[in-house]
Write a protein that binds this ligand. Structure first.
Ligand SMILES: [Zn+2]
Length: 159
């Protein structure tokens, strides 16, 4: 019960650990975790596109699936090491997840966060240097693993 949404960087540690584990597996280092507002950890997950050959196994969707189906998502906090893509942002809207905490808000366009905020989702932007550096360092060495369709919009560069 030590971790609550009032201390979002502690929640982020869980997502970051997933991202680090993903990198250790040769995967895309993006991690996520689901908490209840009271601080209970519900699940965690990491991007599995390389490990499972599933290009839709994003960190957020993996974590949401791992928690199982919940009755109500308003008091659920989705923590992710990097700004969610539109697919994952859509999942937040689909389920009615109440809060999203984001580590690296620089690498990916935060347009999805504006969209979620406008819909009433509470957004916590941590601009966490550890998350940003983990992804940037990985991208510098594994650029081929980050092969998005050319039609995908939102890449903010590797700065
Ligand atoms: Zn995604």
């Amino acid at each position: 019960m030590a971790m609550t949404v009032e201390h979002p960087s502690e929640l982020l540690d869980v997502a970051l650990a997933e991202a680090v584990a993903g990198r250790g597996e040769g995967g895309v280092p993006i991690g996520a975790a689901l908490f209840h507002r009271d601080g209970r950890l519900l699940s965690a997950g990491r991007n599995g596109s390389v490990q499972h050959g599933d290009f839709l196994a994003h960190a957020e969707t993996t974590a949401v699936r791992a928690a199982g189906e919940l009755d109500d998502y308003r008091d659920v906090v989705l923590v992710t090491s990097m700004t969610p893509c539109w697919y994952c942002a859509g999942l937040v809207r689909f389920l009615g997840i109440g809060t999203v905490v984001v580590g690296d808000t620089r690498t990916w366009s935060d347009e999805s966060l504006d969209w979620l905020e406008a819909a009433g989702v509470t957004i916590v932007r941590l601009d966490d240097e550890r998350c940003h550096r983990l992804f940037a360092d990985w991208l510098a060495t594994e650029p081929a693993a980050w092969a998005l369709p050319g039609s995908v919009d939102g890449w903010a560069g590797s700065s």
